[in-house]
Design a binder for this molecule. Structure first.
Ligand code: GLU
Length: 421
């Protein structure tokens, strides 16, 4: 059941398909390849009966969608959220295909989700849910088929249970079946902060190409979880001023720059951003309309819509979340010349370090954190430069350019592999 305070994103699949259609028209995509990419390769719907702590069992609904495998195994997270739908997971799987292609790592896109509210569940219940969900997916996941990872409300602990369940079923340890695991069982150094760090690298490049620098740049961040929290911390360390942050509880603002370390401690202690003494209260809507250099949506989909896109006053938006901008808002940003670094590029740092974790797991050879961060920087900066060059050459916005690069790469793989049989 959906909690009363939640507004669930709708029509995200329509947005994702619309983005593909626009890219197809732009790059003159073969109509047959276009038709193939408009739908997922397969989608699995599973019931997940789970023993609850009070002795009852509850039946949750779970999904795994595999959008495309032409460039390699499917890759993408699993989210636990009351608003999960098959359409949403399908859109997210499609975005993973483009994300892996735009940073040029050898994966296709997948995504999974379970309709549940982890905030109301104990750790034991989450473990049993995860183990049963993994058992239900056993036929379709694997290190060469489909490699899950964390997403909204799923953690390294949860990935550890997934890895253990899969390993117990096949009879030996398979660390490469999942990424974002705890370090002690094959996780990669640098993975926990990778999405936030990747956003910092592209934000730095975006500021540079717009004639600005990180030192003294002002930033506002919507969402203070794994992605927004890491971004705020690292961006502030690099000399930027994080002036506002919000989460579902509300937000805080301090024009002189928030003390991000103190805010992080406050969130660890109280579980929420609201009530932080180092700034004044601000609403989520006010944060999205703040005047600042960099605005980072780092929560869920459909944050920028036809209703609020005209009121955005940030110089640039760097999309930490997946799908925060609807096609209508995208058109408004393009008309108003708001520079947007799109989700599939901006938040690809997470899946990039997942790729590194997978490589390390397959080789049983582990890298230092410095090595991981250096390689991440190189992947993100190269991808940014490729997309920026395409945008300049074709005189198009960054989202259209990222889609042109990504869809072009996937189409090329399909053309070269051909259609079986
Ligand atoms: N859930 C993350 C994303 O949306 C990471 C996926 C992965 O590491 O496979 O990019």
């Amino acid at each position: 059941m959906v909690a009363a305070h939640l507004t669930c994103p709708t029509n995200v699949l329509e947005s994702a398909v619309q983005q593909l259609d626009d890219a197809a028209a732009m790059i003159d995509l073969d109509p047959a390849i276009h038709a193939k990419l408009r739908r997922p390769r397969r989608a699995l719907i599973v019931s997940v009966p789970t023993h609850m702590d009070d002795g009852r069992f509850e039946v949750f609904l779970g999904y795994r969608v595999q959008h495309n495998m032409d460039r390699g195994p499917c890759k993408g997270g699993i989210r636990y959220h009351p608003c999960v739908t098959l359409d949403e997971v399908t859109a997210l799987a499609m975005w993973m295909t483009w994300k892996c292609a735009v940073v040029n790592i050898p994966y296709g896109g997948g995504k999974g989700g379970v309709i549940c509210d982890p905030a109301c569940m104990s750790m034991d219940e989450l473990e049993r849910l995860t183990r049963r969900f993994t058992a239900e997916l056993i036929e379709v996941i694997g290190p060469e088929e489909d490699i899950p990872a964390p997403d909204v409300n799923t953690s390294d602990r949860i990935m550890g249970w997934l890895m253990d369940t899969y390993s117990m079923q096949v009879g030996h340890s398979v660390p490469a079946v999942v990424t974002g695991k705890p370090i002690a069982i094959g996780g990669s150094l640098g993975r926990a902060q990778a999405t936030g760090r990747g956003i910092v690298f592209v934000a730095r490049e975006a500021l540079r190409t717009r004639g600005m620098s990180v030192a003294g740049a002002t930033a506002a961040v919507q969402g203070f979880g794994k992605v927004g929290g890491a971004f705020a911390e690292l961006f502030a360390e690099m000399g930027a001023k994080v002036i506002a942050v919000s989460d579902v509880s509300g937000g805080v603002i301090n024009q002189a720059g928030l003390d991000v370390a103190a805010l992080t401690r406050h969130v660890i202690d109280t579980g929420r951003v609201a009530g932080f003494a180092g700034g004044d209260a601000i609403t989520n809507d006010e944060l999205l309309a703040l005047e600042c250099d960099v605005l980072v949506p780092a929560a869920l989909e459909n944050v920028f819509t036809a209703d609020n896109a005209a009121s955005v006053r940030a110089k640039m938006i760097v999309e930490g979340a997946n799908g925060p901008t609807t096609p209508e808002a995208h058109s408004i940003f393009t008309e108003r010349d708001v520079f947007v670094v799109p989700d599939i590029l901006a938040n690809a740092g997470g899946v990039t370090v997942s790729y590194f974790e997978w490589c390390q797991g397959l080789q049983h050879l582990f890298w230092t954190e410095d090595e991981v961060n250096r390689r991440l920087e190189s992947v993100m900066v190269n991808a940014y430069n490729e997309v920026y060059a395409c945008a300049c050459e074709r005189r198009i916005d960054m989202r259209s350019a990222a889609m042109a690069v990504a869809v072009g790469r996937v189409a090329e793989a399909i053309r070269l592999r051909g259609i079986y049989p």
